[in-house]
Design a protein around this ligand. Structure first.
Ligand SMILES: [Mn+2]
Length: 326
């Protein structure tokens, strides 16, 4: 029996997406696993909390709410589509019951497609966390001032060895690092975790946090030069899909054309919020030619023309076109 502990941090607006993540965990769980959800609760309504316990699945699950003391995050910023709840994960070590040895934190914009047992059985090799590369890692390295070849990770999927996290006093380190200079709050937790835990992370591989961005619209892309094979393998069979960026599959706009949008809708229908599935905008896939799509994008954002990363994105798009899952 493998204990699979999942932590998620929704606010009331995101409980629907949190439930969708949970449904995907349950739908892909192995027979031998025991699923326990820990919801970081910064003030969810009783109604939403009750509904999170009513997901339709063959797999049974346990759910606990870990109360967040909001005063811990006084003055902490959110930004655009990033909510203040992003900070909650740094408190996991002190909020989880003491018998939890390992936990997988998942963003509300992820979908799990594989049993998670492997993540809970693998040796951590003395690392505090397990992570995957961020799709725009080089951009972030420049932004934060990390060495350009540092494998910057995405914190939307974060495997935490709770014992090591506590032993290294990570939580205290983070709060002290932020308190030293309030400007550092603008870094957000992902940058802070990369700065503090960069040397203590185990690489899980791209497939455990597969970030697909929308072709022709988003200029950012995987800098896959060192890992093209791994990227293509993960695209064919992602273990965890992560809908990064502002264009979500439930929103009007480019997210309507996300290649894994169906995975979101399918799992949403297993939740008590299933009626929302009818309200999701139905993207009509534009069948314009490749050249037209490129021209349209550059017309809309002329500076794309001068961005190396945009052209890398286009190259990647051409490479992956033949193995798209739909
Ligand atoms: Mn995310």
């Amino acid at each position: 029996m493998t204990k699979v502990n999942i932590a998620i941090a929704p606010d009331d607006n995101y409980t629907v997406h949190c439930a969708t993540v949970m449904a995907s965990v349950l739908a892909s769980a192995s027979v031998d696993s025991e699923i326990h959800f820990f919801i970081l609760d910064g003030g969810l309504s009783e109604k939403n909390k009750k509904r999170l316990g009513e997901i339709e699945a063959e797999k049974t699950y346990a759910i606990d709410f870990l109360k967040i003391d909001e005063s811990d995050f006084d003055g902490f910023p959110g930004h655009g589509y990033i909510s203040i709840t992003t900070w909650y994960r740094i408190k996991l070590g002190s909020l989880l019951p003491t018998d939890v040895e390992r936990v997988l934190y998942l963003d509300c914009d992820t979908i799990v497609k594989a049993p998670l047992d492997e993540l809970f059985e693998m040796p951590m090799d003395g690392c505090v966390i397990g992570t995957s590369l961020d799709c725009t890692w080089q951009r972030f390295n420049k932004l934060v001032g990390l060495p350009l070849d540092y494998p910057y990770f995405n914190a939307g999927v974060l495997l935490i060895d709770v014992g090591a996290w506590k032993a290294e006093n990570v939580e205290k380190q983070i709060f002290e690092f932020l308190a030293e200079d309030p400007e550092r709050l603008k870094l957000y937790d992902q940058n802070v975790l990369n700065i503090l835990l960069g040397q203590k992370k185990k690489n899980l591989g791209i497939k455990w946090n597969f970030q697909y961005t929308i072709p022709y619209i988003e200029e950012t892309c995987y800098d896959i030069a060192p890992y093209p094979e791994e990227y293509l393998q993960a695209l064919k069979k992602p273990a965890i899909i992560h809908y990064v960026g502002a264009h979500k599959p439930w929103k009007k706009g480019p997210g309507e054309f996300h290649i894994f949008k169906n995975e979101y809708v399918k799992h949403l229908k297993m939740t008590p919020w299933r009626e929302y599935a009818d309200k999701i905008p139905q993207g009509r896939v534009k069948s314009a030619s490749f050249a037209k799509n490129v021209l349209r994008a550059v017309w809309r954002k002329p500076r794309l023309f001068f961005k190396k990363s945009y052209w890398a994105r286009i190259r990647l798009e051409r490479m992956t076109r033949n193995i798209m899952p739909q």
